[in-house]
Design a protein around this ligand. Structure first.
Ligand code: ARG
Length: 588
């Protein structure tokens, strides 16, 4: 189904043409005065210059043409030259009924599905997830769902960080503490123990301790570097420890991501790309893409049109070591080989923007990707505390994601217990869902690139532009529909009738904007547009609900139409929150 905007645009184009004006003036938009009309076209104002006529005359001619169509309740030319459009209530009702019947709520999916890899989450083994990882996971999950909903083949990859000095640091620290472990005995020939020599809690304590210790002890740092090197060259004992680190970390990470309702199709690791490196470097050298700069192997990526300095992309350091860049380029080679994607999307902190610019330019220039492979970087802003600085724990440390989640769900739990009489277990289960919604919605409702303030009180409020408010509305609709089902034996579904009140019409009109919203969110990879839409829709619904008798409506036809309208509202809201990666409980 076409969006209403594109349908009206088409009609407007015809009307401009038929009245003898260029169709380029026929742009239709949503009205910025919804109190006066639903849509508008301001093209006559610009056309007036070309045709040396009063804009209102042009508008009047076009309106005369438009009026031949019966879909409008009103279409008028307004001085100095606006065309104001309001659709007939019948038309809107028909649009909703068609939408209800259609497969994807009136969205037309990609005719030729694309293969899209989304690189998000980006957790690192042996390091706990902190709030910085929240945004990548939450935004990436939603973008993945939006692209998938539009009919594409999407592969979400966690791209686990398992390949840097951090590994060497952890192993060196472990060696310092427990030198007697068999992993450190070069003469040991038996199998290594199956059990890891540490728990996740220990592991997470070891890394920061090691990193701290290395700052003051150059020898230790050397040792860690050496271990990293040996590990990267398949040292038996270190590889065994590293495998333990992977296991212990990944199972812990999965638990937290599951809580967040975030799931990856792939758990590829930085180390998986390493085998592609030698051949890639050979290829880059052979084709003269590289040069030596102060001993390092680099690819120049600056372009004439640059207005800022874009440094060369470094492939190998002067000591021959590979870098984060090298791994990312090799990962591109790997992804091209495994999936041949049309597009790869990376979601990280926006401070990695310049870095990805270099990597993308390098991949394009050296033809590691195809000419039409699209590389997209989505950089997000920082989650700040109320003081406007990056969010910290009360004593100034980095907040672990797990603790942040717990803080939010506890707050919601307390709110639920305050005014409701509910069993502890029920309240806990609800608080889990609502808390995650509060956290995710609080994040997603901001344009990704902007910083935002984490405000526990506001995010968990049941009123205003918040996750709990949206869920509360969904639960309310579910409960009305359930009550209706319980008290009626005739559950045949009836079509939605044309609206008779203003609030009903507003709600119906808001629903028609679903496909347009999804297309915009898809085009811009912008979940916040879906948030804006559901907040508007939720408000329209609640206004309608407060002024309309639904369950006690006496006109049974009207009542059935209301029920159909509520069902459709629920379908749309459920679809939207699903695209955000949020789930609604059955009661609240
Ligand atoms: N592990 C990285 C970090 O914690 C993020 C990885 C982002 N993805 C990538 N392909 N570089 O910063």
């Amino acid at each position: 189904m076409s969006t209403i905007i594109s349908l009206l645009s088409e009609k407007m184009q015809n009307a401009f043409k038929k009245s003898g004006y260029d169709e380029k003036y026929s742009i239709v938009t949503l009205s910025n005065r919804p109190d006066l009309c639903q849509y508008q076209c301001n093209g006559s104002l610009s056309a007036a210059k070309e045709y040396k006529m009063a804009p209102i005359k042009i508008a009047e001619h076009v309106v005369e043409e438009l009026k031949k169509d019966s879909i409008y309740k009103e279409v008028v030319a307004i001085a100095p030259g606006f065309i104001n459009i309001t659709l007939s209530n019948e038309y809107i009702a028909k649009y909703l009924n068609d939408m209800n019947q259609s497969q994807h709520l009136a969205c037309v999916l990609e005719e030729i599905p694309k293969t899209v890899v989304i690189d998000y989450g980006g957790p690192n083994i042996a390091k706990p997830l902190h709030v910085g990882h929240l945004r990548s996971a939450v935004i990436g999950e939603s973008i993945k769902r939006i692209i998938r909903f539009m009919g594409n083949n999407v592969i979400g990859d966690a791209h686990l960080g398992d390949w840097g000095l951090q590994m060497g640091l952890v192993i060196a620290e472990l060696k310092r503490r427990k030198p007697e472990l068999s992993y450190f005995d070069d003469n040991y020939i038996d199998d290594y123990p199956k059990e890891a020599p540490f728990t996740i809690t220990e592991l997470e304590e070891i890394y920061p301790a090691a990193s701290e210790y290395s700052k003051e002890n150059p020898d230790f740092k050397e040792e860690a570097k050496n271990i990293t090197y040996l590990l990267q060259n398949a040292h038996k004992g270190y590889t065994a420890i590293w495998n333990h680190m992977l296991e212990v970390s990944v199972s812990d990470l999965m638990k937290i991501y599951e809580k967040l309702n975030v799931s990856f199709d792939l758990w590829k690791k930085e180390s998986d790309a390493q085998p592609y490196i030698p051949e890639m470097i050979e290829y880059l050298k052979m084709n003269n893409y590289t040069r030596i700069s102060e001993g390092a192997l680099v690819v120049d990526v600056k372009e004439e049109t640059d207005n800022k300095e874009i440094p060369p992309c470094m492939i190998l350091k002067s000591d021959g070591a590979t870098l984060y860049n090298t791994t990312d380029l090799a990962t591109i080679v790997e992804r091209m080989k495994l999936f041949d994607p049309n597009r790869i999307i990376y979601i990280t902190d926006k401070r990695q923007g310049l870095y990805f610019e270099q990597v993308f330019r390098c991949a394009r220039k050296t033809k590691l990707i195809k000419e039409n492979t699209d590389l997209t970087f989505i950089g997000f802003g920082t989650m700040n505390g109320k003081d406007g600085k990056p969010f910290k724990t009360r004593d100034g440390g980095v907040m672990r994601l797990e603790n942040l989640i717990k803080g939010v769900t506890d707050e919601v739990y307390n709110k639920i217990m305050e005014n409701r009489d509910m069993s502890i277990d029920d309240a806990k289960a609800i608080a889990d869902k609502v808390g995650i919604a509060a956290l995710k919605y609080g994040d997603l409702s901001n344009q990704a690139s902007k910083d935002y303030v984490f405000d526990l009180e506001r995010f968990t409020s049941f009123e205003g532009d918040t996750g709990p408010y949206i869920l509360y509305t969904i639960v309310r609709i579910k409960s009305i529909l359930n009550k209706y089902k319980e008290s009626h034996n005739d559950l045949t579904v009836q079509a939605i009738l044309p609206a008779i009140t203003k609030n009903e019409l507003n709600l119906m009109h808001e629903i028609t904007k679903f496909n347009e919203t999804i297309y915009n969110a898809y085009e811009d990879l912008a979940p916040h547009r879906i948030c804006q839409y559901i907040y508007g829709l939720t408000n329209q619904f609640n206004t309608f609900y407060h002024e309309t008798k639904i369950l006690s409506e006496e006109d049974k036809n009207r009542q059935k139409s209301y029920i159909a309208l509520l069902s459709l509202t629920l379908k749309v809201l459920n679809q939207c929150i699903d695209l955000l990666g949020i789930e609604a409980p059955d009661m609240m």
